[in-house]
Design a protein around this ligand. Structure first.
Ligand code: KG4
Ligand code: ZN
Length: 377
């Protein structure tokens, strides 16, 4: 079954063609980074306009790259939330109109469910391609960690024994009470005038700093210990900068970045003092340690030995190394999608939508966008 996936929940306009929820024939992502860069964050109104400009081109290109005609598509899966409503509506209305015109079934997909399916999709593709990777089996504890989300889920195979097609059960174990981890990366990068989006830049610069230079301490949570909170850590970084030479240095960097087109990490590094690099490395270390510890606590509590990590922050090199090292030491299996499938894309939406379509789920004309859309129980 060929499924067209459409994703427009934030600042990427994406379309993909996926066969049988297991093979990506094409995945096209139009990034809006140049539009939002100068504001240091996503501007919702501008995002909606960019989606409108790009949606048709992106869907056309997905079909071309997959070498399929739009009429070959057998189902349409579109992100219905959570996300920016104006952005979501662009992909949603386009997907609805297309499904109606083609007389093909349509399903709405939760963006977080998409990130979870990115792990399963890539695992299936790797094994089909004969790569020696372990099977990403369920149940698994999944950390979805991005610019908009930081959540832990228990994902189970909920299929009845007689039915061969997986139907998934999601149990929400914890979520962020304030900033998402990626948001904290982006805000710290903005404060230090490092550029946008902040996560990849901090990831690179942190290699030149000492992650133990500043001990930010453990993030304490009252109530559910599997919840997250990163705004305190972000504020701690803010106070380490305000009124110190680091603030002046950040202003000088801001001025330099305005006049320089260079986006190279070593040029940026040359404009960062050792103290700034230590602060960046220590901040990243504190975020990664917190994500790792809470995910392991969730896996322990759920008694599972499979851990999935997905979302933009799952590209982070320290995070990947920390999860992999710990998994070897503690005997659990960890699965990440490759970076292109960690960040927002439509292949993950098509893959998640495939199972819904196969299970007979159909969206009707009432399908609409939801700024917040909880996944699971
Ligand atoms: O999944 P995504 O593309 O969009 C959302 O659903 O939010 O994630 C984007 C987020 C941004 O906050 C970005 O700074 C962060 O992922 N990110 C990273 C890295 N690459 C992207 N954070 C840390 N290290 C990275 N290498
Ligand atoms: Zn996302």
């Amino acid at each position: 079954m060929l499924v067209l996936g459409i994703e427009s929940s934030c600042d990427e306009t994406a379309a993909a063609i996926v066969a049988d929820g297991a093979e990506i024939l094409s995945s096209v992502v139009a990034s809006q980074i140049p539009t939002h860069e100068k504001y240091g964050g996503v501007v919702p109104e501008l995002a909606s306009r960019e989606h409108l400009r790009k949606i048709e081109l992106v869907v056309d290109e997905a079909c071309q790259r997959a070498r399929v005609g739009i009429r070959d598509v057998e189902g349409v899966a579109v992100t219905e939330g959570p996300g920016l409503v104006g952005s979501l509506l662009v992909g949603l209305v386009y997907g609805k109109a297309l499904a109606l015109a083609l007389a093909k079934p349509l399903v709405g997909v939760n963006h977080l469910e998409g990130h979870i399916h990115a792990v399963l999709l890539e695992n299936k593709m790797d094994r089909r391609a004969g790569k020696r990777v372990e099977e990403g089996r369920l149940p698994a504890v999944t950390l979805v960690v991005s610019g908009g989300h930081t959540s832990l889920f228990l994902v189970e195979d909920g299929r009845p024994p007689a039915n061969s097609l997986p139907v998934f059960n999601y149990k929400r174990l914890g979520h962020t009470r304030d900033d998402a981890a990626g948001e904290a990366f982006d805000k710290v990068a903005k404060l230090l005038a490092l550029g946008y989006p902040g996560g990849p830049i901090i990831d690179q610069l942190a290699r030149w700093g000492n992650p133990e230079a500043i001990d930010f301490g453990r993030i304490k949570m009252k109530g559910n210990p599997l919840d997250f909170s990163f705004s305190g850590l972000k504020t701690a970084v803010f106070y380490r900068v305000r009124g110190t030479p680091l603030a002046l240095e950040a202003e000088q960097r801001r001025a330099w970045r305005k006049t320089s087109a260079s986006a190279r990490a070593d040029d940026l590094r040359a404009h960062c003092s050792p103290q700034t690099l230590d602060l960046i490395a220590s901040f990243q270390n504190a975020v990664v340690r917190d994500l790792l510890e809470r995910t392991l606590a969730a896996a322990d509590a759920a008694r599972v030995d499979s851990v999935f990590v997905s979302g933009g922050v799952a590209c982070n090199s320290l995070l990947r190394a920390s999860f992999l090292d710990t998994s070897r030491a503690q005997g659990f299996r960890v699965f990440f999608p490759s970076p292109a499938l960690c960040t927002d894309n439509a292949a993950m939406i098509a893959a998640a939508g495939y199972y819904k379509l196969k299970a007979g789920l159909r969206a009707d004309a009432t399908l609409t966008a939801h700024a917040s859309l909880p996944l699971g129980t």
